[in-house]
Write a new protein. Structure first.
Length: 180
């Protein structure tokens, strides 16, 4: 006779523990993806950053203010990143004359980036962000830290759009039309 009561109590205990875990998980998720404080366009910490280029020069992000900027986070070990670089390079070559800028920040080992660029040259500036670039990408809206990740800035320094994943020609043409 006592057996059904024990099983019923056990079932309620398991359901209660499951419900508590669910509530805790939802709370953690909501806190993790909570919207961040809005930063004025020209005051985002990104604009004060400097990166070394594969050639050893300084790449100052402040020098890109005042014109539309496509900022791409990539790595040599990321196949979609490698696939989109020729598309981005062709876009840059075609649109640099009308003021569109492109910068790629490599989240990678400098030696791997140099080796890659010796085989596939890019016309636009490349900065070596290393693993610290992941934090910068997160501050620009990349909550999951994945690659490739692209941020489209307007000329006033505000973010027009962020894209997680490989870019398409349509993405680039939409941005070009929105900020021209």
């Amino acid at each position: 006779m006592n057996q059904p009561v024990k099983n019923g109590s056990r079932r309620h205990l398991i359901w209660g523990a499951g419900a508590a875990a669910l509530v805790a998980g939802v709370g953690v998720a909501l806190r993790r993806f909570e919207p961040q404080e809005v930063v004025l366009a020209g005051r985002h910490p990104f604009w004060s950053q400097q990166f070394e280029t594969p050639g050893g020069e300084n790449l100052n992000m402040a020098s890109f203010q005042g014109k539309p900027l496509l900022l791409n986070f990539w790595a040599t070990w990321c196949p979609p990143c490698i696939e989109e670089l020729p598309l981005i390079d062709a876009f840059w070559r075609k649109n640099t004359v009308i003021g569109h800028q492109v910068v790629a920040l490599a989240i990678d080992q400098p030696s791997a980036v140099r080796k890659f660029l010796s085989k596939q040259a890019l016309g636009f500036p490349v900065g070596l962000a290393g693993l610290e670039g992941t934090q910068l990408a997160k501050s620009l809206g990349n909550a999951v830290g994945g690659l490739p990740f692209t941020v489209f800035f307007k000329a006033d320094g505000s973010i027009w759009r962020q894209k997680m994943g490989q870019l398409t020609s349509d993405d680039l043409m939409q941005w070009r039309g929105a900020v021209s």
